[in-house]
Write a protein that binds this ligand. Structure first.
Ligand SMILES: [Zn+2]
Length: 431
């Protein structure tokens, strides 16, 4: 097998059961110490399954093979930074292992031979691109979609060659040819080892809105347009259901049946409506305004309270300084979806006890975070938000799946195109 050359050893290839081989790789101590393998979508299930009752059908085998290569790639990346202590050349002084690397060097079997910050970035970045189509939580991932060629007249799916190349290179961790550069943000970056700087840098654009801002605004716009376009169909569905109910009832009881009415609004147009309580340092509470990106309201009629659903869209970088520093300082293993987790926590704080102020009444609202990682990951909470948005909360809505697919594709292209622009801009604007 030429393809696995250097990724998987001959000994490992001798393991005939593909699942056992995958488990052996996932349990390699240096991988296990640094990565939370079970956080990778689809992996926990396969590695936890009793190998005895594994029904080896074709799809399973392909998926196990795919995951095996994935884990082998992670190990290969790690191996660029660590060496077996007994194979360490005498003129190499190992680097002091901190954070997540502490555990790996604990029994002295392995030593850290290079500053690990780029390794940490690579691992978080590649993890963020993991995708398992059978996983309920990740099947809304945007990972890799932008590399499908759709063709056709839809300009939203076209990208500049330079942008596409930058994107593909970063995705495959192919180093840039640009060595030490001073970025517009004044950071001295070696793009040949740290290709992610452009995704995290917020410094440039010659007065234009930063690509990062544009990227989230475009995603917000896509979701808003989608929801607005869907509203009439959802309202028609509610009207139909109400009519059905009315036919089953008589007299006043029939008249009392009202149809839900859904409206979709851009959060920008809703100043002075939503607030949440913030506790000041001195213990007193202060009411602070919150501004959602998209608001979907359901009015059940009959003077019943309107339910507001507040959506907040944010794109997060898996290689952000905060995340890298955390791995270098804390022993917590590197896991899939960390940027999402931080983003969702942040949003939960921002929307804690959020309510609509209607006169003097505080009407509770529901907040829906949509956190998208720049390399594609969309975790549980955000996937739930997207599913709700895809039907505007109307559970009897038909054919939502194909619309969600369209939505996902548009989001994927928008995020990817702006990523590519961010990556190319660092190279252009640095010197
Ligand atoms: Zn910069």
């Amino acid at each position: 097998m030429q393809m696995v050359d250097g990724l998987i050893s001959n000994n490992e290839m001798q393991i005939m059961d593909p699942r056992r081989r995958l488990c052996a790789l996932a349990n390699t101590p240096r991988v296990k110490a640094i990565l939370d393998i079970s956080s990778i979508p689809g992996l926990e299930q396969i590695t936890a399954d009793d190998a005895e009752d594994a029904q080896g059908n074709f799809t399973d085998t392909i998926e196990v093979a795919y995951l095996t290569i994935q884990v082998a790639i992670f190990r290969k990346i790690i191996d660029g930074y660590v060496t077996r202590t007994d194979e360490l050349s005498p003129d190499v002084t190992p680097i002091e292992a901190t954070g997540v690397f502490k555990k790996m060097v604990e029994d002295n079997e392995y030593s850290l031979t290079k500053q690990p910050d780029i390794l940490v970035k690579k691992l978080h970045y590649v993890l963020s691109g993991c995708y398992d189509k059978h996983d309920e939580d990740t099947n809304l991932s945007l990972s890799g979609i932008a590399f499908n060629y759709y063709g056709g007249p839809d300009g939203r799916r076209r990208m500049d060659e330079a942008v596409y190349t930058a994107l593909l290179r970063s995705r495959l961790l192919i180093p840039s040819t640009a060595t030490y550069r001073t970025c517009a943000c004044n950071a001295r970056v070696d793009l040949s080892t740290d290709p992610f700087h452009g995704l995290c840098c917020r410094a440039f654009n010659n007065g234009e809105a930063a690509y990062a801002t544009r990227r989230s605004e475009e995603c917000e716009r896509i979701l808003l347009d989608y929801a607005k376009k869907l509203a009439p169909a959802v309202n028609a569905q509610y009207a139909l259901e109400a009519e059905g109910l009315r036919e089953q009832r008589v007299g006043r009881r029939a008249d009392a049946v009202t149809a839900n009415l859904v409206t979709v609004k851009h959060g920008n147009a809703l100043g002075g409506t939503y607030f949440h309580d913030v506790i000041r340092n001195d213990g007193t509470t202060q009411s602070k305004e919150v501004q959602a990106d998209i608001v979907i309201s359901t009015d059940p009629g009959n003077n019943q309270p309107i339910r507001d659903h507040l959506f907040d869209v944010t794109i997060r970088e898996p290689t952000a300084k905060k995340i890298v520093d955390e791995s270098l300082l804390q022993e917590r293993r590197i896991a899939y979806g960390r940027a999402s987790e931080i983003g969702v926590e942040h949003k939960a704080k921002q929307y804690a006890d959020a309510h609509a102020l209607r006169g003097d009444a505080r009407v509770p609202v529901t907040a829906y975070p949509i956190v998208i990682e720049s390399n594609g990951a969309i975790t549980k909470e955000s996937a739930n938000s997207l599913r709700f948005l895809a039907t505007l909360g109307c559970s009897s809505m038909q054919h939502a799946a194909s619309k969600v697919q369209e939505l996902r594709t548009l989001l994927a292209y928008t995020v990817a195109t702006n990523n590519g622009l961010m990556l190319t801009k660092t190279t252009i604007h640095s010197n």
